[in-house]
Structures are given as C-alpha cells and as structure tokens.
Write a protein that binds this ligand. Sequence first.
Ligand code: GLU
Length: 304
Amino acid sequence: MDYQKIIEDIYNKVQEFADMGKQADYIPALAKVNPNQIGVCLKTLDGKRYTCGKSDVRFSIQSISKVFSLAMALSSVKKELWTRMGKEPSGTAFNSLVQLELENGIPRNPFINAGAIVVADVLLSNLPNPEEDFISFVRCISKSQTVNYNFSVARSERSQGYLNAAIANLLKYHNNIENDIEHVLQFYFLMCSIEMNCEELSDAFLCFADHTKEFNYQNVHLTASQVKRINAIMQTCGFYDESGEFSYLVGLPGKSGVGGGIASICPKNYAVTVFSPRLNEKGNSVVGMKFLELLTTETKESIF
Ligand code: GLU
C-alpha cells in the first residue's frame, strides 16, 4: 500500500473543508492557536512512517490523553475500575451533567469528562508520584523525552472550568471521588494540557495497535485482552456524542480532543494521527474526520 501517495492525495482533497468549523475557545489559551493548520502522520507496526503537512507541530492533545490515563488506571486497579464507571457510549456531550445526575454519579464511560475525572482520582490514589509518573509513561510510549504538560494551558482551563468543577462536585457528592476535588481537577486539566505532535501521537497509539500482545511500558502492564478492550471503548465512546458517526464513516477505533487532534488505530496494521484545530459542533476536528473517512475508503482497510 502506497500510504505516502494516499495521504498526500487526501491532504489535497480535504483542503476544501479547511475553513469549516471553529477552534475551541472555551479554554482561553486554545483560542490563540492558529486554526489554519493540518498535520498528518501514519506509522505502521512494521516500522514505516508517512507524514504530510504540519506533522511536527505540537498541539494540545486534550481528551486524547484519556486513552493514556485509562491505560494507567486499568493497569493499577484492574476490574475494580468498572465499579466506578461504565463502558457504554453516553450519547450526550462530553461535559454533560444531566446523565451523571440521573445515573447517581456513575459516569457512562472513561472518555467523557466525568469518567476521566474519576480516572484522575484513581491515579492520584494509586500512583506514587502521579504528575511525574503520568508524563513519564506518555514520554515512553511516544518515544519522545521532550513531551510535556503545558502548565499555562492547564491554568487557563482551570480559570474557566466551572462545568468540570460542577461534575467533580457531583461525583464527590455520590462518593465517587476519594481525593480533594481541587487536586483532582488540577491533575485532570494537567493531563489534558499535554502537547504532542502527530508523529509522537502516532507512536503512542501504535503501542495499542496490536491487541494480540501484552502491553508493557514502564510501570503500565496490560494483558492483550485489556488492550483489545481499550480499543473497543475507543470504538464505541471515542468521539463524544458523535462516536456512532465516526464508527460509521471511518470504521476504526480512535480518540479525539478539542485541541483538534484525532488519533486512530487500524488494528495489527498502523496508527494514524490528524491534527486540524477547526471543530464541528460536537467538538471533533472537521478535517480530521474527513481525512480518516477518505483514508479508510481509499485503502479499504477498516475493522469492518
Ligand atoms: N480539557 C477539556 C475539557 O475538559 C477536554 C475536552 C476534550 O478534549 O474533549 O473540557
């Protein structure tokens, strides 16, 4: 498969969508990002690398970090995690409070904010040095020692983070948070603030692309079956209340973030990341969704 030619052709085709949508501005620091950027990187399990556009420009990974925090939490507490959250698609916005209230403080899944805030709490309770341990794990899987948190983005989000604070309070009311709420929120925002480029994210997702092998990176150990299940949750819950649409259009597991990134996996084959900050009304990158739809159409490689 000539992936380089394929991604270059698609890169040209998606230009017609390049001014659609709007970058996230509810996090003040993200409102300053140049919205007119597109980066792509595809890396295969057999060691090949294909890039296009701004594949080396770092951006705020935001909710894509929820895949890494889930991996760490599952490695720490295993099945016990599922007593504190579900694994069903939510069908509601990523920051919705309504469902959480109706369901007595048990988030639908680890990829909506409520679930990821509980995951942050689990990590705070179980890791010796949560901030250092988390970034060190992400550096290891992304093969890049310079990947880091952006503390000013985290502070910027905290300054306006009223809805996430409401979610954390509701979780605490239902005894689904063990630690101090402010500490949990700060750690959650910090994980979201990590900056990576498409190449680093593709390396990190490649670690999840072979669900027949155990996952052993630093202190994170997952069985092959747990890797399969993380992929399954990406497939069903990775795109907010547009997860069905992504599955329908693209047919691969993946995770998006409001920084404009989408990282996706073609199991046993490759990981691909697309970055373009303009989002649709559900919070997913317009160009990212279109790019990946064209990629699986063109290559006829998907899980279906
Ligand atoms: N930090 C963002 C928030 O909590 C993450 C949202 C996202 O990327 O989905 O709103």
